[in-house]
Structures are given as structure tokens and as C-alpha cells.
Design a protein around this ligand. Structure first.
Ligand code: 48H
Length: 252
């Protein structure tokens, strides 16, 4: 029986690694912007793979605001909450949701829409081509290997688009800016200025270079925008917007 358990896991997982060696879109990070993007990308018929370094969903959601188990969302993002079936209460100008329900339903709906999420995998680099200059996929490593510090070469996954939804450090765009011939400096985010941050993150969400897109806090890191604290409307709207832009671009 034990051998059969091993075969069941290794054979089915390997089949999927082969299947996802090429995707339409790779979303890096299963935080709020990445999961929102994944749901709408999958719904638009694109083969969507989400890679998440940790063994959990939700990125910065789980801690709520300073470990109080609530997150705040603006009314502008109410339709997205409704699409995901996330419940909320009204509190003056804001909607307030439980952090556990918020992250669980973002993940569930992304998976139900057809996105494949794989945990414990870190994106350490991108694949690029010139003529035209652009990103064509990612280099991946088991997070456990990354944490161990062992020198192990990565594997490659090709895709037509990569979304950097890695949060505050914009890890994918940072490595591309360092190692590709791009004219980008990732300066990082600025101090808190919530109303400006929420608006500008959505406005600046989109393509960085052919094949590489920014969503969520990665947008703030790339465009030197302020942070906003535990308010998540901008993350949801940014995830939805990047999905719409990619769906449009990949159709063309
Ligand atoms: C694989 C990776 C890699 C990698 C990171 O931080 P997140 O929650 O990101 P967003 O942008 O969707 O949401 C940001 C929000 O949570 C937040 O922090 C806010 C609103 N802060 C405001 C403020 O003022 O502080 O999720 C990113 C996810 C995490 O789960 C990481 O583990 C994962 O990406 N990740 N996965 N390969 N190289 N880097």
C-alpha cells in the first residue's frame, strides 16, 4: 500500500508539472491581488498557474490589522467581494470582512474558476528574450531548497504573461530590472498615505515590459507609491484590472 501512496502522489503531481510547463499566465504570489487576478484570468479562459512560496494562501491578509482579525475594504470593491461571496459588515464609510473568510474565499473561488495553485514554490528569476524584448516565463525552485541555502539549479516554466503579485518587494520585477536589459529601477514604496495609495495603485497596475505585469503592492514598489495599511480594495481592484489587461493583450 505504501508504494501505491507514493505512486499516486508522484505520478499525478508529475503529470501536472508537465502540463504546466507551459501556461498562458503565471501569477507569482497567492496574496489578495494574485488570487483576484487568478480568478478573473481563469474565468476568461486563460490557463493560469499561481506559484506561492509559502504553504498558505492570502499573503498579508491573515494578520488583519496588527493581528486584529479584520480587514477594511472600500465600497468601490464591493462587486468583487460579491463575486467571491465574501461577507462583510458596513462600518461608516468602509466594508469590514473577517481576514480568515477573506483569504479562504479568494483562494476557493480562484481554484473553482480553474486556476491551478501550487504551494512551496518560489520564483527566483525570469526567462527573457529580445526582439521583441520581453519576459517569457519564470525560473522556479522549491522554497525549501531556497530556505536551505543549497546550491540547486532551478527548473523553467514558460508562459505568455507573468504577473508579479509578490507584494512589498516586487521580487519578480526587481530581478528582471537587475538582470534584463530594462530601463527600470525598483525604488520601493513610500510611507503611508492611504487615499492616494489606493487610487494610484489601481491606476498604475499593468504592463511593465512585454510579458511582465505588476499587481497589488508590487505596483507601489515599482512606481514609488505610498503604502496604505490594512485596507484591501486597491489590491482587489488591481488584481481584477491586471486580469482584464492581460486577457485583452493575449487576445490580440
Ligand atoms: C513565490 C512569492 C514570492 C516569490 C513573494 O504580500 P501579499 O499579500 O501581496 P499583495 O500585493 O497581493 O497584497 C498586499 C497586502 O497583503 C499588503 O501587504 C498591504 C495592503 N499592505 C499595506 C501596508 O501598508 O503594509 O502576497 C504576496 C505573496 C505572499 O504570499 C508571498 O509569500 C508570495 O507572494 N511571494 N511567491 N515566489 N518569489 N515572493
Amino acid at each position: 500500500m505504501e508504494a501505491e501512496i507514493t505512486k499516486a502522489i508522484v505520478e499525478t503531481a508529475s503529470e501536472e508539472w508537465v502540463e504546466y510547463a507551459e501556461s498562458d499566465v503565471i501569477v507569482v504570489g497567492a496574496g489578495p491581488s494574485g488570487l483576484t487576478a487568478a480568478k478573473y484570468l481563469a474565468e476568461s479562459g486563460l490557463k493560469t498557474l499561481v506559484l506561492e512560496r509559502r504553504l498558505s494562501f492570502g499573503g498579508g491578509i491573515g494578520g488583519g490589522g496588527m493581528l486584529f482579525h479584520k480587514v477594511v475594504i472600500e465600497r468601490e470593491a464591493k462587486d468583487i467581494l460579491d463575486d467571491f461571496g465574501i461577507r462583510y459588515v458596513e462600518h461608516r464609510n468602509f466594508l469590514v470582512a473577517d481576514s480568515a473568510e477573506f483569504m479562504a474565499k479568494l483562494a476557493t473561488k480562484a481554484i473553482d474558476a480553474g486556476a491551478k495553485i501550487i504551494h512551496g514554490v518560489s520564483v527566483e528569476d525570469v526567462i527573457f528574450r529580445d526582439d521583441p524584448l520581453g519576459v517569457r516565463g519564470v525560473c522556479i525552485q522549491w522554497s525549501a531548497v531556497e530556505i536551505s541555502g543549497l546550491h540547486v539549479d532551478p527548473l523553467f516554466l514558460r508562459s505568455r504573461a507573468v504577473v508579479d503579485a509578490t507584494g512589498h518587494d516586487a521580487e519578480v520585477i526587481s530581478v528582471a530590472a537587475r538582470k534584463m536589459p530594462l530601463d527600470i529601477t525598483v525604488t520601493g514604496e513610500r510611507s503611508a498615505y492611504s487615499e492616494v495609495a489606493e487610487k494610484e495603485i489601481v491606476e498604475k497596475t499593468g504592463k511593465v515590459v512585454k510579458g511582465l505585469y505588476a499587481a497589488g503592492m508590487a505596483v507601489a514598489a515599482v512606481h514609488n507609491l505610498p503604502r496604505m495599511g490594512p485596507i484591501f480594495g486597491g489590491m482587489l481592484l488591481s488584481g481584477k484590472k491586471v486580469a482584464e489587461i492581460i486577457a485583452e493583450n493575449l487576445k490580440a
